[in-house]
Design a protein around this ligand. Structure first.
Ligand SMILES: Nc1nc2c(ncn2[C@@H]2O[C@H](COP(=O)(O)OP(=O)(O)OP(=O)(O)O)[C@@H](O)[C@H]2O)c(=O)[nH]1
Ligand SMILES: [Mg+2]
Length: 461
């Protein structure tokens, strides 16, 4: 990777365990950065090149200050006047003796003396204390452009106090919580980078522009991925050739097991691909298992698929209607199914209800005199909604997360209805028609464009 003098470089420094690595991970969108609650996790300086399209900058994660007061005393003994301070820092970094005595300070100062700008990180939930002054003083001696970031780890209780103290050492002080996926804040931080290091302004502006284009590209790619997945899954079937009818019938169980396994695998591969699209390469996520082999009117399973109880009750109401019982009008008003009905998805409730299993077994004669056993494809009208709902749940989880969060992402079930209702009427109709044609085993075109409005709906609170 090409690194030029003109490429912005920022060293993230501060006390141990104040979220330096978390800030690097969030800004760099890199879930491989090592983060832990253990103090002293980062033991050496490591540069992460952030590449967004053709724009780049470097973030350097560093170990925390361990002995700032003693290090400052060494520096003071080596620089009698202000004009000698930068040279003293250089000697400090070059000295073998200092490397042995102050390995962390040497590691964090080296990239700075080599030209990186400084991002000094403090915790806004802990009180200010003058111990930090040795750190800030050392950083000031480097003469490099600098700004401070207040990370409100547990609260914002001491943010104001910190602002006052930091304001005396840093021209720019910003609040940044690396665990919140706040894109505006990230942009604000980048803008602040350009203020402290105007020589990098053109490059930083390119990065900012690339970030916003990247977001749009990701959403388009996600829409295309969902379209491909729905087309694949709605047409999915498993076939087995047999010489006799008995042999074909005997294949039913293994064929259906294979069908459900493979459908699950396709979905898992899609979810992995979606994570990669958002630069999550190490993230485990936990989505309710797709309970494919059961009856679609099993309450718990509907809920697992992201449809709530009221929607379910309405489905049950419709089932009653099919056999002459009344539809509960109150339920009707609140249901996803009503949208589907009014959107012209269903010719009649019976079409919807006839398909109460995902896919069925069938057996055909082949032209050569043998038999073909077949499981699938799914003609179930609910199936594309279920697959799409689960995809949106993961998408929202990824968009609400930052790369600083560690641990398994628990993907909640989502309210698909709210997402559908946010669409314009014409968009709703196009989505309903698209899903219906998938279940009717057609190959709807322009799925990506049809799905995009559903994808971009930002369900974040
Ligand atoms: N709740 C919360 N936790 C945070 C935040 N920022 C960091 N943490 C947690 O604080 C701990 C330390 O974060 P790191 O990013 O590893 O801190 P560091 O400054 O790099 O630590 P060292 O490398 O040990 O110096 C981790 O458990 C993080 O998950 C935050 O904004 N909110
Ligand atoms: Mg760290």
């Amino acid at each position: 990777m090409q690194t030029t003098a003109n490429q912005p470089r920022f060293a993230v420094v501060g006390h141990p365990n104040k979220g330096k690595s978390s800030i690097v991970a969030a800004l760099a969108q890199n879930d491989a950065v090592e983060i832990s609650s253990r103090s002293g996790t980062t033991t050496r300086a490591e540069a992460f090149t952030v590449s967004v399209a053709d724009a780049q900058y470097d973030l350097i994660d560093t170990p925390g200050f361990q002995r700032p007061t003693k290090a400052l005393a060494w520096l003071q003994a080596n620089a009698a006047t202000a004009d000698l301070r930068r040279a003293a820092i250089q000697r400090f970094v070059d000295s073998e003796d200092c490397a042995a005595q102050f390995p962390d300070e040497v590691a964090l100062l080296r990239p700075i003396i080599e030209g990186a700008a400084i991002l000094y990180v403090v915790d806004g939930s802990r009180p200010y204390n003058p111990d930090y002054e040795a750190e800030m003083e050392i950083l000031r001696w480097t003469g490099q452009p600098s700004m401070a970031l207040i990370n409100p780890i547990e609260s914002e209780d001491y943010v104001e106090v910190w602002q006052q103290a930091l304001g005396q050492f840093f021209k720019v002080v910003r609040l940044f919580n690396p665990l919140l996926a706040d894109r505006l804040r990230r942009d604000e931080i980048l803008e602040a980078f350009a203020i402290i290091a105007p020589q990098w302004r053109a490059n930083i502006d390119r990065v900012r522009l690339a970030y916003s284009e990247q977001e749009q590209a990701r959403l388009r790619d996600a829409a295309a991925l969902l379209d491909t997945t729905l087309q694949a899954l709605c047409h999915y079937r498993c076939l087995a050739a047999a010489n006799s009818k008995q042999e074909a019938e005997a294949a039913q169980d293994s064929l259906s097991a294979r069908y459900f396994d493979e459908v699950r695998e396709v979905e898992e591969a899609t979810h992995r691909r979606l994570k990669e699209l958002f630069d999550y390469h190490h993230l485990d996520s936990q989505t309710e298992a797709l309970p494919l082999d059961g009856d679609l009117f099993d309450t718990e399973k509907w809920i697992a698929w992201g449809l709530d109880r009221r929607q379910l009750s309405f489905a049950a109401g419709l089932a009653g209607a099919g056999t002459g019982a009344a539809i509960d009008a109150a339920m009707a008003g609140s249901s996803l199914f009503l949208g589907a009905l009014s959107g012209g998805l269903l010719a009649g409730a019976s079409t919807w209800l006839a398909a109460n299993s995902i896919a069925t077994f069938s057996l055909n004669n082949t032209p050569l005199g043998g038999y073909e056993a077949r499981f699938g494809p799914s003609k179930n009208a609910n199936f594309p909604y279920v697959i799409a709902g689960r995809f949106f749940a993961l998408l929202d989880t990824l968009r609400n997360r930052t790369h600083a969060q560690r641990g398994t992402a628990v993907v909640p079930t989502i309210d698909l209805k709210t997402r559908l209702e946010a669409l314009e009427n014409a968009e709703k109709r196009r989505v309903s028609k698209y899903f219906a044609s998938l279940s009717a085993q057609e190959n709807p075109e322009e799925g990506m464009a049809i799905l995009l409005p559903l994808i971009v709906t930002d369900t974040r609170v």
